[in-house]
Design a binder for this molecule. Structure first.
Ligand code: UD1
Ligand code: CA
Length: 454
């Protein structure tokens, strides 16, 4: 038996007040529907059907979905009608799981528990007890506590409205059963819609069993209809990520002030201060400490490296024992080798910094290769761009670059060479040489300062 997943995403999402289809609005930089699709993939679904209504082209362009079948629901006639759009594709022998494109936080383990409770000849329903179930369909049970149906809020009587067990909408049924029940739905109800929820009574009438499973937390089954709810889901998602990090051994100064918009892999004893953002794939090796307000994207930080506050690192490798910042910016294709140091207001781009080398203050290093144990003085600029082309700067081991120097690329500075402060270096400097390229100092004796005009 194989699993098919039908994801409902045809709603317009008017309350988002957006040109974007609702399910493309993101949680942790990933469309809500992609969270749902990824959960389906984790269940090893044989087929995934995405029922869409609006913005089909935008959806296809924004979802990584080679393995998806897009099924159009031209008119939104109800959740039952929406699932029925996928009926022509569904095999009778399939297990069919219905998910919602705007309910992004359902845990795979919760869906697995739903799958595990489903009777062979019957269906399984994910329900949740709510203090305030207003708006939700209510689960109707008989005197033996067996589920017999679902009644929607707008169709419910007083007694039914008092039921706190709510329908999450997520359910699992046999393909053959589901198609038969859907084909027989009517829209004779308060909303004039074909309710998916009416299949529960149909199942019961055929003498089949309906079992229930429950999420660990309510947020797993919450959808986002507007940006307030979307922001709440974002925080819930982030708190969950933060807790996973802490359970893996990271220390977070405040789990409410971290944003993980991708994957983060950590070693032991990692510390992260407040307001850091992690994007793409980030690796933090053992002993790494990240200061407040850092943004790290697609980068690897080596063992015991210290990233001081307000630093931005993207597409780079920071070696073991390195220190970065505060206020440093390391741009793509940069590598800091072991025990090297980048200080405040230093920017690196496509630059390799050798082991033990230092650039402590106010510097730009672009398209540059720096050897070992080089000291780069404050205010050094590699002039890598002539307005048309980028050129390389090479600085060899043990060189010393005096403060406020400009290295006009392409240029080479040899091993143990020294550059005098304030130099503009446009010619190669040999090993062990001292290069000074600046105006000579004149001292004028008895100099009279100007006096203020009256
Ligand atoms: C539905 C359930 C209700 C449950 C609640 C949980 C029904 C009849 N009711 O109510 O029991 O408690 O969800 O949130 O199923 N959609 C389509 N095509 C349609 C209609 C809806 O794709 O024609 C999609 C919507 O985009 C949405 C989802 O299905 O993502 C649910 O539809 P919605 O109208 O919000 O259902 P509810 O009234 O909330
Ligand atoms: Ca809803």
């Amino acid at each position: 038996m194989s699993l098919s997943v039908v994801i409902l995403a045809a709603g317009k999402g008017t309350r988002m007040r957006s040109a974007l289809p609702k399910v493309l609005h993101t949680v942790a930089d990933k469309p809500m529907v992609s969270h749902v699709i990824d959960a389906a993939r984790c269940l090893n679904a044989e087929s995934i059907y995405l029922v869409y209504g609006f913005g089909g082209d935008i959806l296809k362009a924004n979802i990584n979905g080679d393995d998806l079948t897009f099924v159009e629901q031209k008119e939104q006639l109800g959740t039952g009608h929406a699932v029925d759009m996928a009926s022509p594709y569904i095999n009778d022998s399939d297990d069919v799981l219905v998910l919602y494109g705007d309910v992004p936080l359902t845990k795979v383990s919760t869906l697995e528990s739903l799958i595990s409770v489903k009777p062979e000849d019957g269906m399984a329903l994910l329900t949740v007890n709510l203090n305030d179930p207003t708006g939700y369909g209510r689960i109707i049970r008989d005197t033996e506590n067996k589920v017999t149906g679902i009644v929607e809020q707008k169709d419910a009587n007083e007694e039914q409205l008092a039921i706190s067990e709510a329908n999450t909408g997520i359910l699992l049924a046999n393909g053959g059963d589901l198609k038969r029940w859907l084909a027989n739905l009517s829209n004779d109800n308060a909303q004039g819609e074909y309710y998916l929820t009416d299949i529960i009574a149909a199942c019961h009438h055929e003498g089949k069993t309906i079992t229930t499973a429950h999420p660990e937390t309510e947020v797993e089954v919450e959808g986002a209809n507007n940006r307030v709810q979307l922001a709440a889901l974002e925080r819930a998602f982030q708190l969950r990520e933060a807790e996973a990090l802490m359970l893996n051994g990271a220390s977070l100064r405040d789990p409410n002030r971290i944003d993980i918009r991708g994957k983060i892999l950590i070693g032991e004893e990692v510390q992260i201060d407040v307001n850091c953002i992690f994007e793409g794939e980030v690796v933090l090796a053992s002993g790494v400490a990240i200061g407040a307000n850092c943004i790290l994207k697609d980068c690897t930080i080596g063992e015991n490296a210290v990233i001081k506050p307000n630093s931005i690192i993207e597409g780079a490798v920071v070696g073991d024992e390195c220190s970065v910042g505060p206020f440093a910016r390391i741009r793509p294709d940069s590598v800091m080798n072991r025990d090297s140091h980048i200080g405040n207001f230093v920017e690196m781009k496509k630059t390799i910094l050798g082991e033990g080398s230092k650039s402590g203050h106010l510097t730009y290093l672009g398209d540059t290769t720096v050897g070992k144990n080089v000291n780069i003085g404050a205010g050094t600029i590699t002039c890598n761009y002539d307005g048309m082309n980028k050129s390389q700067t090479i600085i060899d081991d043990d060189a010393f670059i005096g403060s406020n120097s400009s290295l006009v690329a392409p240029v080479f500075v040899g091993t143990t060479a020294t550059i005098g402060a304030g130099s503009v270096i446009s010619k190669d400097v040999g090993n062990d040489e001292l290069a000074i390229a600046r105006g000579k100092q004149r001292n004028i004796k008895g100099w009279q300062r100007p006096i203020k005009n009256s």
